[in-house]
Write a protein that binds this ligand. Structure first.
Ligand code: AP5
Ligand code: MG
Ligand code: ZN
Length: 215
């Protein structure tokens, strides 16, 4: 299964991708997670990316295109992958298409999660993320078993730096301007599956599995 999860910040891409990873045994490739790890380690790429991320803007295309190109060559992607947060611009989508052609691979589907703006803000302001493994939770909609502790690894749960309301609004603007054109881009390519992302997490997952069975 070679899949893209498309949707605005807070739509549930990471939440759903983690569940699909367990189901299909294929890797989740989250450019956001890879960039946050680089920032944490203080690599040259991380230092370059940090200011864009803190401001809620996009990291330059050439940086993320390079990250994904390298990642897709790893052997764990042979049987499939879930792209979470990439592509986010038309040039990124074009580069992915060229890259997959070179690798002799084709996308199976692009799942777009549709969620109202105010729900996105509520999800992101209440999100908590594991400092160690990156797993996401929500204080009301998906609480950890023990307050502020990750169910998966026991790590500390923290709030992401870019989950402040002002930065969230900026990320939503950037999505509308630069990423939302990809909905039509993949509809035109006959790959789009649009889902109602307003449902509960497990209901969205079920809809997604049903939609993927048909591809
Ligand atoms: P990235 O990490 O990709 O952030 P994002 O796209 O803004 O998306 P989020 O991770 O915030 O949301 P999500 O859809 O994964 O939602 P989640 O499942 O966590 O990118 C961060 C930054 O990195 C960017 O701003 C940019 O600077 C840079 N970057 C990354 N990729 C890039 C690229 N390709 N090009 C350029 N720059 C790039 O869910 C959110 C919350 O809601 C959680 O608390 C969850 O528990 C809860 N929730 C999930 N589903 C539901 C549901 N159905 N009902 C109720 N609550 C739910
Ligand atoms: Mg995410
Ligand atoms: Zn964890």
């Amino acid at each position: 299964m070679k899949l893209i999860l498309l949707g605005p910040p807070g739509a549930g891409k990471g939440t759903q991708a983690t569940m699909l990873t367990e189901k299909f045994g294929i890797p989740q490739i989250s450019t956001g997670d890879i960039l946050r790890a680089a920032v944490k380690e203080g690599t040259p790429m991380g230092l370059k990316a940090k200011s864009f991320m803190d401001a809620g803007g996009l990291v330059p295309d050439e940086v993320v295109i390079g990250i994904v190109k390298e990642r897709l060559q790893k052997p764990d992607c042979d049987t499939g992958f879930i792209l979470d947060g990439f592509p986010r611009t038309v040039p990124q989508a074009d580069a992915l298409s060229d890259n997959l052609k070179d690798l002799g691979k084709e996308l199976d589907a692009v799942v777009s999660l549709e969620v109202d703006v105010e729900a996105l803000v509520e999800r992101l302001t209440g999100r908590r993320t594991c400092k160690e493994c990156g797993r996401g939770f929500h204080i009301s909609f998906d609480p950890p078993k023990v307050d502020a502790v990750c169910d998966a690894c026991g790590g500390e749960l923290i709030q992401r730096d870019d989950d402040k309301e002002e930065t969230i609004r900026k990320r939503l603007d950037v999505y509308n301007e630069q990423t939302s054109p990809l909905v039509d881009y993949y509809a035109d390519a006959g790959l789009l599956q649009a889902l109602d992302g307003m449902q509960q997490i497990d209901v969205v997952q079920k809809q997604m599995l049903d939609a993927l069975q048909a591809v």
